[in-house]
Write a protein that binds this ligand. Structure first.
Ligand SMILES: Cc1cc2nc3c(=O)[nH]c(=O)nc-3n(C[C@H](O)[C@H](O)[C@H](O)COP(=O)(O)O)c2cc1C
Length: 160
């Protein structure tokens, strides 16, 4: 099986997942999407959906088996991850077959916490939970996230 990876990552979180996939794939990895049987499509979560910079890469996923994955800032809820993944999936062209999905939390830059702290002074009920979420996200994706991602790839039959 030939597997290509298409990934958009701004601050490196989603790229860490892609790196893990590259290491696990070894010789199955190919650079050319056209030559691939399976494409791993990774994205940071941009306003609840797939990163816009991936738009030019999407048409060639038609006819491919696709594993969608990513990282997002809000964690702790599989329902939320599923909603984001549904949005990713909805961006795929007709004829792309989703064979697996994975989402985990990814840490955010310190400027985000500073903004939450300032806003919590005016609206603590709303922003204190967001500060707590920010703090929980630090260090993610961590080793357990990477192992869970590799297990999801294996369960989807992407890794031998
Ligand atoms: C402009 C912008 C919009 C974002 N929108 C969301 C969002 O709607 N939901 C969410 O959970 N995280 C959101 N995030 C957080 C990122 O998706 C998250 O930190 C992700 O792990 C970044 O991945 P990367 O390091 O691969 O770029 C947003 C981040 C930025 C910069």
């Amino acid at each position: 099986m030939r597997v290509a990876i298409v990934c958009a990552s701004r601050s490196g979180n989603t790229e860490r997942l892609a790196e893990r996939a590259r290491a696990a794939l070894g010789d199955a990895l190919v650079n050319d999407v056209e030559a691939a049987d399976v494409v791993l499509l990774g994205s940071w979560c941009d306003k609840g959906g797939l990163a816009e910079e991936l738009a030019p890469a999407l048409p060639e996923l038609s006819g491919k088996r696709v594993f969608v994955f990513g990282t997002c800032g809000f964690g702790g809820s599989q329902d939320y991850y599923d909603r984001v993944l549904d949005r990713y999936q909805a961006a795929l062209p007709d004829g792309a077959e989703v064979i697996g999905r994975f989402m985990c939390q990814g840490q955010m830059p310190p400027s985000v916490r500073e903004r939450y702290v300032a806003m919590a002074e005016r609206d603590p009920e709303r922003f204190t939970p967001m500060i707590e979420n920010y703090d929980r996200a630090l260090g993610h994706p961590d080793g357990a996230d990477l192992a869970a991602f590799e297990a999801a790839l294996r369960a989807a039959g992407v890794l031998g």
